[in-house]
Design a protein around this ligand. Sequence first.
Ligand SMILES: Nc1nc2c(c(=O)[nH]1)N[C@H]1C(S)=C(S)[C@@H](COP(=O)(O)O)O[C@H]1N2
Ligand SMILES: [Mo]
Length: 197
Amino acid sequence: MAEFTRGFGGRRRESDPRLPPGQYLTADFPVLSAGPTPRIPESEWSFSIRAESGQVTSWSWSEFLALPSEDVHTDIHCVTRWSKLDTTWRGVSVDTLFAGIDTAYEYAMAHSYGGYTTNVPMADLRGGKAWIAYAFDGKPLDPEHGGPARLLVPHLYFWKSAKWVRGLSMQKHDDPGFWEQNGYNLHGDPWTEERYW
Ligand SMILES: Nc1nc2c(c(=O)[nH]1)N[C@H]1C(S)=C(S)[C@@H](COP(=O)(O)O)O[C@H]1N2
Ligand SMILES: [Mo]
């Protein structure tokens, strides 16, 4: 059966089963930032995980790059309705970062340089579902897209993928982050359209 492009700028969902409901395909890579792009020299960059004990585990840029990393091929979905298919990233799995960390808490808050925060359940960060990504399309991640490194949680709406990420803090409760305090859904599953509260 023939498939037709309907309307300007997007194909209907039934033309690609990888497109969640209410989303449109884009070939661009839009930049969406709530504030100015922070510039963090790699020499000053670090990533930290703070457990409920108060223990903080940190990696410098060189320590972080020495960790095992993975190529990630995935689709991404913004709550503003664009989706981009077949993106390619390189990053360190969140599982790798948590290998030596003692925590029983079920939630994390991602913290970024510049002050952005977003809350994510550990169930959405562990199990090969999330990375700290430092390359896109075979090149270092552009500052506009979160470089030196960003959280990548591609199965949730892209606001969960905190750019310029500097750490995760373990949380007892699923307290809202920046956009979640401003009306976005606490969880953000694009397949069930968890867009807003
Ligand atoms: N630190 C930070 N991370 C952020 C944002 C932001 O404003 N600040 N915007 C979020 C939103 S709403 C989206 S859609 C994606 C956009 O990522 P991009 O600019 O690389 O497309 O980043 C997310 N991560
Ligand atoms: Mo977004």
